[in-house]
Design a protein around this ligand. Structure first.
Ligand SMILES: NC(=O)c1ccc[n+]([C@@H]2O[C@H](COP(=O)([O-])OP(=O)(O)OC[C@H]3O[C@@H](n4cnc5c(N)ncnc54)[C@H](OP(=O)(O)O)[C@@H]3O)[C@@H](O)[C@H]2O)c1
Length: 337
């Protein structure tokens, strides 16, 4: 029998990465997952995945340390680069908190991939690198040709978006210059059931909408995708030989007020956010390029239903001992046209 195809997932214990690792194992891949601390109890779920005992190998690695990446990528035909912090709180030191791990980290991953002759690299970017462009013609659908305006994001102190823009642009340039096959994928807000025991930042957005709290929300057009569909998209762009460039995976657009109405019909017992202010509408985004490759995402209602089922089971919807639940700072930013 042929040996299994071997790939590496950086930041393997995270929200999206855990679903990707699960998917890869179910498809018969041998998976190397990098973790900064394999012994941390927050990563224990990985060992419980089906086929993990035979085909999952955990590596202690930091994206800021090329030697640790080299050990993790040894023998891998492909690398999925997902490790990037998604800070929940206001960023105080942009360089240390996001720029270095996102930009230097991605550049290290690509350098090591080139040196190790990795055949294809999938870099998980974000619609944060697509969507924040005040010069985009009003009403025109945003596609892969639209890039967020770095200076605009800097003015808004939106450091996470700046980091994702610079990391993705640098990946595209590095790929072109060095003949490395790199595909980037840009998801918007990602929800869905959690495999990991810790709650990640984007899931806290949805929990805040349902629980409500002191933070005001804009009645913005949010873009959303299911975590299981992001994992499918990552594997699809990896396996399709013809995939190239960047891909948006943002199948659902919904305004905050409509999201609250939809959720209330499904789960009427919660308080919900009630302080929502109207803002300018921004143009919707298309995922047609990814759909043309064969991607079939599920409906938003299913994602919301399954997310809340998971949160309830994990006890996340209970009152937090009198302390109000807060909207992660990342989603409180105002300037996001
Ligand atoms: N969730 C979303 O809505 C969303 C949307 C668009 C794009 N994304 C992108 O998707 C990726 C995963 O995000 P997620 O939502 O799954 O978040 P997550 O659960 O917080 O995962 C982030 C991962 O990055 C790892 N990491 C951070 N700094 C690192 C470093 N210096 N070296 C190695 N690993 C490091 C973390 O590992 P530790 O456990 O060691 O901290 C963690 O596993 C990120 O690239 C993010 O930008 C997410």
């Amino acid at each position: 029998m042929a040996p299994p195809r071997r790939v590496c997932v950086t930041g393997g214990g995270g929200f999206i990465a855990s679903w990707l690792v699960k998917l890869l194992l179910s498809r018969g891949y041998a998976v190397h997952a990098t973790l900064r601390d394999p012994c941390d109890p927050k990563n224990v779920h990985l060992k419980q995945l089906d086929r993990a005992s035979d085909n999952l190998h955990l590596f202690k690695a930091d994206v800021l340390d090329c030697e640790t990446l080299t050990r993790a990528f040894e023998g891998c035909e492909g690398v999925f680069h997902l490790a990037t912090p998604v800070p929940e709180d206001k960023i105080i030191d942009p360089e240390a908190e996001v720029m270095a791990p996102a930009v230097k980290g991605t550049s290290n991953v690509l350098k090591v991939c080139l040196a190790m002759k990795v055949q294809k690299v999938i870099v998980l970017s974000s619609t944060a690198a697509v969507d924040f462009n005040p010069n985009w013609p009003q009403g025109r659908l945003k596609d892969e040709s639209c890039w967020s305006d770095k200076e605009f994001c800097k003015e808004n102190e939106d450091w996470y978006s700046v980091a994702k823009i610079v990391a993705e642009q640098a990946s595209r340039e590095y790929a072109e210059k060095n003949g490395l096959t790199v595909v980037t994928l840009c998801p918007p807000l990602v929800f869905g059931p959690l495999l990991q025991p810790m709650v990640n930042t984007s899931s806290k957005f949805l929990i805040y909408v349902i629980k409500g709290g002191p933070d005001v929300m804009n009645n913005k057009l949010w873009h959303m995708v299911d975590v299981r569909d992001v994992a499918d998209a990552l594997l699809l762009v990896y396996e399709k030989a013809q995939s190239s460039g960047r891909y948006i995976c943002a199948p659902n657009n919904i305004f905050t007020k409509d999201l609250v109405d939809l959720l209330k019909k499904m789960y009427p017992k919660y308080s919900y956010v009630n302080n929502i202010i109207d803002v300018e509408h921004k143009a919707p985004i298309t995922s047609q390029k990814l759909r043309d490759l064969g991607w079939e995402p599920r409906k938003l209602k299913e994602t919301l239903w399954d997310s809340v089922q998971c949160y309830e089971k994990a006890g996340l919807m209970q009152d937090s001992a009198g302390r109000p639940f807060r909207l992660p700072h990342l989603f409180r930013l105002a300037g996001d046209q």
